[in-house]
Structure formats: structure tokens, C-alpha cells
Design a protein around this ligand. Structure first.
Ligand code: SIN
Length: 300
């Protein structure tokens, strides 16, 4: 899947490789960039693919406007970044998510509900940090939106790490945090995992400060799955994790995405936290996003 065409608003022709550097413009906020000059339903050429990858490395989150991708096209675009992840999350009826699934506030009958079955996405997290090889990239496409709100917020863990006092950087150097699905379910008030889920994903320790495998940049690796600090008394570890989370989610490290229909948004879970914001009437309005995740590697 290496043959694609970009659309420019003015000419309808593919941009030359030299023009692709300006394909994305930074979003207001701590991170992210956007474009309305790509049509992902058409093949992209190699230079455009490389420009998208380079922008992703630089900005950590990209917004591509005005897309109407079906599952197949979304899958094809996502796999340009790596192997697609399978899911263990179970829905209310016991079924598992497909590779391309929807994240939504609708119940099984298609009606909006105030507390959706899956609502842990409303807490700060980085996807699947409880697995040995957590998610690299998550991609969402806006299909149905409430009239206002339903935003998604992102926090830059590289900037947050850089801004820590030196004493804190020394304190956390070499520490590992234990990531636990079971802890997350308690923390977010979600249904407890089954014995089978716990056996498939037992708690695992990952570095509290991870190094980005492509940029070499250090960032905090925390969020709702971070249960405790390995080798530290539980209360002290919880205190440290909460202190780091409060620091890392200050306004100066954030970008809040206000969705438009057709937005395709994808971000780097290796250096960002994210959460949905419950700033709409969930029991009244529909919010449906298509979602796919690219598998990552062992954090170092
Ligand atoms: C997610 O956590 O992957 C989805 C965030 C959202 O619902 O906006």
C-alpha cells in the first residue's frame, strides 16, 4: 500500500515531495498538526507517506480533515505505521472488538446512554500500557458527533518530563511502574476483568520514563493503568504517580481536539496521554468514532 495521491484544495493534483513539508500546519496548543489537503480514499505516493510519517514524528498527533473512510481504507492507512493490534476488551454481550471498531456512547440498541459500557476512555491514559508491547498509535475517525463538546484531550509527556525539576528527574530515574488492567478497572469504576482477561494480561512493570524509539526523546509513561511503583511502598508510589499525573496534565502541556465530522485523528501513545471529555449530554446526543490501533514495541 504505497501508491497514493494527495489532494490539494486548489489544483486537485498531488503535491510534489518538496511541497509536502508544508502539508501540515501546527494546531494551537502544546502539540499536533492538521491538514485538509489529503484524501485518504485515494492512493498516496511514497513521498506523501513519508511526509505524513515525518509530521507524525515531529508533532505526535495529526488531524486529517474531511475523510469518509470505510473500515478497509482506515485499516490500510493505519497499517502504514505498523502491524494492527487485536483487542481483548469485551463488550456487554461478551463479544470482542474488531480491528476497526467504534467507540461510542450508544447502547446495544443504538440509543445514547449517560454512562456507556466502556467509559474508561474518560480517564487519562496511554493505550494498552498494561501489555508487554503497548499500542504505538491510535486512530479515530469522527462519524457522528454531538452538537457541541465530545472533545478529546491530549497531553505531551515529553514536554511534561522536560519541565520536571532536576530533583524529580533524579528521583524517578530508573523507576518502573506496574501497569495493571485490574487496577484500572477499579480506578475508573469499570466492570472488573474476568479471570481469563487477568491471565491474558497480568500486571507488568514498564519504565516510568521511557525513551521514544524514533526520536530518542524521554517522556513520562503514566496514566490510569499505572497502579504502583515497583519496589516502593504502595502509598508512597501512589502519591508519586498522582503528583506526576497532576504535573503532566497542566494546561501548558495540552491540546484539546474539538471534533468536526470527517476528522481523522491519530496520535503517538509512546509520548502522549489522552482522554475523552464528557462535555456533552451523553444521555441525549450520539458520539460515534471509528477506531483502530497500531501495535507498538517493548517500552525502554
Ligand atoms: C480512546 O481513548 O481511544 C478514545 C478517546 C475518545 O473517546 O475520544
Amino acid at each position: 500500500m504505497d501508491t497514493l495521491h494527495a489532494r490539494t484544495a486548489t489544483t486537485g493534483t498531488a503535491p510534489s515531495p518538496s511541497a509536502t513539508g508544508s502539508l501540515f500546519r501546527p494546531l494551537g496548543g502544546a502539540l499536533g498538526a492538521e491538514t485538509d489537503a489529503l484524501d485518504l480514499a485515494q492512493p498516496l505516493d511514497a513521498a506523501t507517506i513519508e511526509a505524513v510519517r515525518a509530521a507524525f514524528r515531529e508533532h505526535h498527533l495529526l488531524v486529517i480533515r474531511n475523510q469518509t473512510l470505510d473500515k478497509e481504507r482506515m485499516y490500510r492507512f493505519a497499517e502504514l505505521f505498523g502491524p494492527i493490534e487485536n483487542h481483548m476488551i469485551r463488550l456487554a454481550d461478551g463479544s470482542k472488538w474488531d480491528a476497526v471498531h467504534t467507540i461510542t456512547n450508544l447502547d446495544a440498541a443504538g440509543n445514547p446512554v449517560a454512562k456507556p459500557f466502556i467509559s474508561s476512555n474518560y480517564f487519562w491514559h496511554t493505550d494498552k500500557s498494561f501489555l508487554p508491547e503497548p499500542s504505538l498509535l491510535t486512530m479515530l475517525q469522527a462519524v457522528e458527533l454531538p452538537p457541541d463538546g465530545g472533545d478529546t484531550q491530549f497531553a505531551d509527556m515529553g514536554k511534561a518530563y522536560d519541565a520536571l525539576p532536576d530533583a524529580m528527574k533524579r528521583r524517578i530515574e530508573g523507576l518502573k511502574s506496574v501497569q495493571s488492567l485490574e487496577f484500572m478497572r477499579r480506578y475508573t469504576g469499570s466492570a472488573p476483568p474476568t479471570e481469563e482477561d487477568i491471565a491474558a494480561a497480568p500486571p507488568i512493570a514498564h519504565p516510568l520514563v521511557r525513551t521514544h524509539p524514533e526520536t530518542g526523546r524521554k517522556s513520562l509513561y503514566i496514566g490510569m493503568y499505572s497502579a504502583r511503583i515497583e519496589g516502593m511502598p504502595e502509598e508512597e508510589g501512589r502519591g508519586l504517580l498522582e503528583e506526576l499525573l497532576a504535573h503532566a496534565t497542566q494546561e501548558r502541556f495540552l491540546y484539546t481536539h474539538k471534533w468536526q465530522l470527517g476528522d481523522l485523528v491519530f496520535w503517538d501513545n509512546r509520548c502522549l496521554l489522552h482522554r475523552a471529555i464528557a462535555n456533552f449530554e451523553m444521555g441525549k446526543h450520539r458520539r460515534v468514532l471509528m477506531r483502530i490501533v497500531v501495535k507498538g514495541t517493548v517500552p525502554n
